[in-house]
Design a protein around this ligand. Sequence first.
Ligand code: ATP
Ligand code: MG
Length: 361
Amino acid sequence: MIIKSIELTDYRNYDRVNIEFDKGTNIFYGDNAQGKTNILEAIYIAATTKSHKGSRDSEIVRFGQSEAHIRTVVETDGIPTKVDMHLRSAGSKGIAIDGKRIKKAAELMGICKVVFFSPEDLNIVKNGPTYRRRFIDMELCQLDQFYLYNLNNYNKVLNRRNQVLKDIYFDRSLEDSLVVWDDQLVSYGTKIIERRRKFAKELEEEIKEVHSRLSGGREDLSIFYEPSVSEDDFEKELRNNRSRDMKSKMTNIGPHRDDFSFMAGDIDIRRFGSQGQQRTAALSLKLSEIDMMKKLSGDNPVLLLDDVLSELDRKRQGFLLDCIGDIQTFITCTGIDDFVNDRFVINKVFYVENGTVRNCS
Ligand SMILES: Nc1ncnc2c1ncn2[C@@H]1O[C@H](COP(=O)(O)OP(=O)(O)OP(=O)(O)O)[C@@H](O)[C@H]1O
Ligand SMILES: [Mg+2]
């Protein structure tokens, strides 16, 4: 699967731009704050409906405008699919596939798979659990529409339950209404826990192999799922924690508190790893993500590398480039000199300046 082209209208700092991509490596270079990352973000949104930065649609629409458009053409086995997205500064997104409006974002699934890699991802092992949950959610939401459905509903129910917990503080009689939310939270949450557990197992096999290669066989890396509560105990524990939840006015257990540990032998490198060890493990995770995407979806994802090559030494760049193979890749950087080396085949180069994109290949 490849992305043939993208057209942006009133998107971030772009008034209007239309770009035809190469099926190989596409480079976007230019000074800071010119709009390079914005292009990768638009590709990511076209594939997943969400911004990799978690931005709201109202932040994405060009300042002073009320709506933005992202129009992409995706090609799978020579067959093109048009994906049109309509973002509003107030209101929800509209999406059409080949001119036909879709009602649920889940219908977009399977058309375009992406892996986004930014320097921030190299801190995923060192940072807090939110980042690790985000990683697994970004991956699973693309691969499994039931997961996407369960996660969206879980988050909605969680917000409602937390609101009720706040309201109970003023009106004790509302406590009885909690049971409705508890049932739903357990129903969606249990499925999320089960899916994450399965995914962590699959990831574990992949990352072991990748990391062994990256560390020259010196380090054995494992990843373990650490659910806040197990699927079997969720219902019971939610009940046991009710008075604590009411006191703190929020839900203290559930998949929204899950984590994943990274173990090098017996050492939990989230806490005790050296910086280099944590970054190498993070790179192993991203490389495994690419392999997992290929394996689980049976197709190549599109790879978005935002300013990440300059963060890696030559050896690690090499590992990443080996992984790319025939995957369509989009790279942003401030200068292209570093990349013109014998290993790197650049198919198209775009110069980005103040919301304009010039093809200079
Ligand atoms: N909604 C918006 N409307 C107009 N401009 C916006 C909007 N959101 C962001 N921008 C502008 O987009 C520019 C940033 O673009 P982007 O992040 O793509 O830069 P970049 O080329 O990747 O820079 P860097 O090299 O620093 O990463 C900023 O100048 C910012 O003000
Ligand atoms: Mg950028």
